[in-house]
Unconditional design. Structure first.
Length: 279
């Protein structure tokens, strides 16, 4: 029967350091900073910032993009996906797949020598891996461990994918609303050709709306969406690696076998490096 709990009460000896699971992703911050510096330099070389601000263009781009996103996605998905996407765009997992292979091999060594009870003293900074270790230490059934961890992984990846889709949706519609703002400005300009004093503001709306849409799309939203997709693939690999490793520990596989099986998740060059280190 699935979900059989063989030992009674849960054990609480496993210590987990959640705060250190992720670190700052410097590349995202540097990319945004570099883009802002380039734009500010070009603006200051030909005028000042006031020339490049128009409230009407801001309303068209941000208001229109937000409205279109509300139509595309449920409100709960937006409220969850936007902050989750921003968090993972600016953070980086500390533990690589290579580190996980070593860690799971060490866990298998502890379980082989001390039994599942020995896993209670294992410290780990990855909540997902710590959950799997706790399940093994508490003697949960193999099918329950597999189903629970796979459900946890799939749920996490689904939410991360939602964040990526939301940012990509904003990146897709921002230039379109920029074009809408341009058309509105052109219509207003041609409707007031008899008053030259109004031509400048309407032309500013027309041009700045396109500029804002291009910047929001190509400097912020689409790069973040692409980075979230890359991190989704990494998280899928890492969490699947953890699941396979935990299941092998539960089956009392040897540390050498655990390491050899999990090396398949590493890129080819890292596998050769591990083989040379083992030799």
């Amino acid at each position: 029967m699935r979900g059989v709990y063989r030992r009674g009460t849960p054990r609480t000896g496993l210590r987990v350091a959640y705060a250190s699971e992720f670190s700052m992703d410097i590349a995202t911050g540097l990319g945004l900073l570099a883009g802002i510096i380039v734009l500010c330099t070009l603006i200051l070389m030909g005028g000042d910032f006031r020339m490049f601000y128009d409230i009407h263009a801001v309303i068209i781009i941000f208001g229109g993009s937000f409205a279109a996103t509300l139509i595309r996605f449920p409100l709960s998905t937006i409220l969850h996906g936007l902050p989750l996407g921003a968090k993972f765009a600016f953070t980086l997992r500390r533990t690589t797949a290579r580190d996980l292979v070593d860690e799971l091999a060490n866990i298998a060594e502890v379980a082989r020598k001390q039994g599942p009870v020995g896993l209670e003293k294992v410290e780990n900074n990855d909540p997902f891996l710590a959950k799997g270790i706790r399940y093994v230490a508490d003697g949960y059934d193999l099918d329950f461990i597999r189903d629970n961890l796979e459900r946890d992984r799939d749920n996490f990846l689904m939410h991360l994918d939602e964040g990526s889709k939301i940012y990509r949706a904003i990146g897709d519609c921002a230039p379109a609303f920029g074009m809408i703002g341009t058309l509105i400005g052109m219509v207003q300009m041609f409707s007031n050709m008899s008053d030259p004093s109004k031509l400048g503001p309407f032309m500013a709306v027309a041009l700045l709306a396109t500029l804002y849409g291009a910047l929001v799309s190509n400097l912020v939203c689409l790069p973040i969406a692409d980075k979230l997709h890359v991190k989704l693939l990494d998280e899928e690999t890492n969490r699947t690696l953890i699941i396979d490793g935990i299941l092998m520990v539960r089956e009392s596989k040897s540390p050498a076998l655990v390491r050899e099986m999990l090396l398949a998740y590493l890129p080819e060059k890292h596998r050769h490096h591990e083989d040379e280190a083992a030799a």
